[in-house]
Design a protein around this ligand. Structure first.
Ligand code: BMA
Length: 323
């Protein structure tokens, strides 16, 4: 299919030595972007038609967490619906949902799949699909509670759908490893395998408490590249940063490389301060040739973008790897 969209992009600022750099106009989505929002963050975007579509986490002013569809021509300026997504039954009867947050969006074969943290007697992974970002069909939850950070692969692996997730507890989980699970039909999930866990404190402390999958992985010459978040527990609470991992093409439970240093950590004012300070939380990545753009939630309040060259990110991840 002919590509009609243009990648949002800004060159590395002069004098910047970092592998990935922030967009100078960050945040791209402010906390009051729609009339009812308290905060808009941890959101996912994909190419759609001649532009982009996305699913956005908007907490309202009662701090009820829900997900909203949005559209953009350039990937930077967004129109977000003022009403949350209303789901119709997909592959099952309607499942109740007390809250919805941290969506990811993934094109597989013929439609867009949305995964999110779904409140069903505690957080678990909700799944839905859409063809047009107007009608949405909710499917079975993937797992029992408690689980977060469900991220699908954009193609079947050995004939099955594949999803990363992070088993949790019901609260602000002080632990967390990434697992992979497979499904023949997007309804029944199994063959759960461990992918990766937190690192030892002296080795890479920014990811020593817990980690979680971030963006939908995409295939590179080296394997699946995925941006993920890592957390350290400080005397002031959790601090969330972003790293990258490269997973084996045919068996993504095998981690080939993983960044020992972070690629992006809270340092800009809008990452350091907000409803939850010190959070960089990647949920989506666009790529086009050698260009990569990551969308991330900042301080649980706004959405930011960061850019990088794929070849440099891969080289850095290989050279500075800890498994
Ligand atoms: C996690 C989730 C995320 C959030 C992060 C930092 O447990 O709730 O939505 O960004 O904590 O508060």
């Amino acid at each position: 299919m002919e590509k009609k969209w243009t990648m949002p992009w800004e060159e590395r600022p002069e004098g910047c030595q970092d592998v990935m750099w922030r967009y100078s106009q960050n945040p791209v989505i402010g906390r009051y972007h729609i009339p009812t929002s308290n905060s808009i963050f941890n959101s996912a975007v994909v190419p759609f038609g001649e532009g982009f579509a996305g699913v956005f986490r908007c907490d309202n002013r009662a701090v009820q967490m829900n997900i909203f569809a949005g559209f953009s021509r350039d990937g930077i300026h967004w129109e977000i619906e003022h009403e949350p997504i209303r789901f119709q039954p997909g592959n099952t009867e309607m499942i109740e949902s007390e809250y919805k947050y941290d969506p990811r969006v993934c094109w597989i074969e013929d439609r867009y799949w949305i995964t999110w943290c779904n409140g069903y007697y505690g957080p678990t992974i909700g799944i839905a699909y859409t063809f047009d970002f107007k009608e949405f069909f909710q499917c079975e939850n993937a797992f029992l509670p408690f689980n977060r950070n469900g991220v699908l692969f954009p193609e079947k692996i050995n004939g099955k759908f594949a999803m990363l997730s992070r088993p949790s507890d019901s609260g602000h989980t002080p632990f967390g490893d990434i697992y992979i699970s497979y499904s023949p039909d997007m309804k029944y999930w199994g063959e759960h395998r461990h992918v990766m866990g937190p690192t030892p404190f002296p080795v890479s402390a920014w990811q020593c408490t817990k980690i979680g999958a971030g963006s939908v992985p995409f295939l590179t010459e080296e394997g699946w590249l995925m941006f993920y978040h890592g957390v350290i527990t400080t005397c002031n609470g959790f601090r969330y940063s972003m790293g990258a991992a490269i997973l084996d093409k045919d068996d993504p439970s095998k981690v080939l490389y993983r960044t020992q240093p972070y690629l992006l950590a809270p340092a800009a004012l809008y990452e350091l301060t907000g409803d939850v300070p010190n959070v960089v939380f990647p949920c989506a990545a666009l790529h086009d040739g050698d260009r990569v753009a990551v969308y991330y939630g900042a301080a649980d309040t706004v959405v930011g973008m960061a850019f990088g060259y794929l070849s440099e990110i891969i080289e850095f991840t290989k050279k500075n790897s800890v498994i």
